[in-house]
Write a new protein. Structure first.
Length: 343
């Protein structure tokens, strides 16, 4: 349930609402935008008398949240969230790019990729140290050594690091090196892992499961947020359908749907979404036009030699063309008033 305050409600009015909620053992969350003041209420709402809450000074009305997920819903939190990763803002209207190799292969490979990525204006370097691979015989990642290379790349470039954590036991270590923890598609419903990254308080990039509905995905975000970690960014990376030409079917409509259903920022991964480097540019452009807050793109200094996902990785030249186009499209949409704001 949320409590909508009158526009002229005072801080004291809001505090009284918070106290009324907390006095019956429920949790209150204050959300203040430029036009709206809202107090969210988490817990069993049967414990509270809605009528007496509505009678408090400064309260306009209360609204029940109809969704199975609450904290992640726009009903609960009508104001779009901006996730701040150590000074980089995701969801503030400027596209954020997370780019780099699928897997960290060596320090040289990573540093080379990092330089290209930085040149193209990306704010994050991506790279898997722990790789969840379909075949157990495929390269599984450099693990802790890879994490050290990522930290070294951050030292040399200033780029933020986003990298995947695949198991509960590794959260603490990965959180030491990364600026943002990535939960991959295969782990989207690993509920213990979601709770653990929630408790770590590091920002989380939550990829959509291979066959997850939007409701399942947003409930996965809810698991993280329930632990008190609101810094969740969603990433659409394609879903499994009957189509076999592309690796996955990139569900671009998820961007518009999630923007309506949730206040969380959403980015798009056209690399895993298509599995084909030729399709990365058009899908990256489409994602920005659709209102995505950013992109995750695989880039390799030499895709033909990549130890994983070379077929969907961009060469340095192609990456620079794509990122340049992305910023131009975003700028054009802002300048012409075409940016999607009617959520
Ligand atoms: C990745 O981004 O490295 C990755 C493995 O992607 P996904 O979890 O979307 O398959
Ligand atoms: Mn990959």
């Amino acid at each position: 349930m949320i409590v909508i305050m009158n526009p002229d409600a005072t801080k004291r009015d809001i505090q009284e609402v918070v106290e009324a909620i907390e006095n019956v053992g429920l949790c209150a969350k204050i959300m203040e935008g430029s036009e709206q003041k809202i107090v969210g209420l988490i817990g069993d709402k049967r414990n509270i008398d809605t009528l007496s809450l509505e009678a408090l000074h400064g309260v306009d009305h209360t609204v029940a949240i109809s969704k199975s997920y609450k904290l992640a819903s726009r009903e609960f939190h009508p104001i779009s969230s901006v996730v701040d990763v150590d000074g980089i803002k995701i969801g503030d209207g400027n596209p954020v790019i997370m780019a780099g190799p699928c897997a960290v292969e060596s320090l040289n490979q990573l540093l080379e990729a990092a330089k290209i990525v930085k040149k193209g204006g990306a704010q994050f370097l991506r790279g898997g140290a722990y790789k969840p691979r379909t075949s157990p015989y495929s390269f599984q990642g450099l693990k802790d050594e890879g994490l050290k290379y990522l930290a070294e790349a951050r030292n040399q470039t200033g780029l933020k690091i986003v990298t995947e954590v695949t198991e509960v036991e590794a959260v603490e270590t990965v959180a030491k090196y990364a600026d943002m923890l990535q939960v991959g598609a295969r782990n989207m419903q690993n509920f213990r892992l979601l709770q653990e990254v929630g408790q770590s308080q590091k920002p989380v990039l939550l990829k959509r499961g291979l066959a997850a509905t939007l409701e399942e995905w947003l409930n996965a975000a809810e698991y993280i947020m329930k632990e008190g970690n609101n810094n969740v960014v969603l990433c659409e990376r394609g879903i499994r359908t009957y189509e076999t030409y592309t690796r996955n079917t990139l569900d671009m409509s998820a961007v518009a749907a999630v923007k309506h259903l949730s206040h969380l920022p959403i980015i798009v991964d056209p690399s895993h979404g298509t599995g084909k480097w030729r399709m990365v540019k058009p899908m990256a452009f489409a994602a920005i036009a659709a209102g995505a807050d950013g992109l995750m793109i695989e880039v390799h200094p030499n895709p033909a030699k990549a130890l994983s996902d070379g077929q969907q990785s961009l060469t340095p030249e192609n990456y620079l063309t794509v990122s340049c186009g992305v910023y131009k499209i975003s700028q054009f949409m802002h300048d012409t008033g075409l940016a999607i704001t009617d959520l």
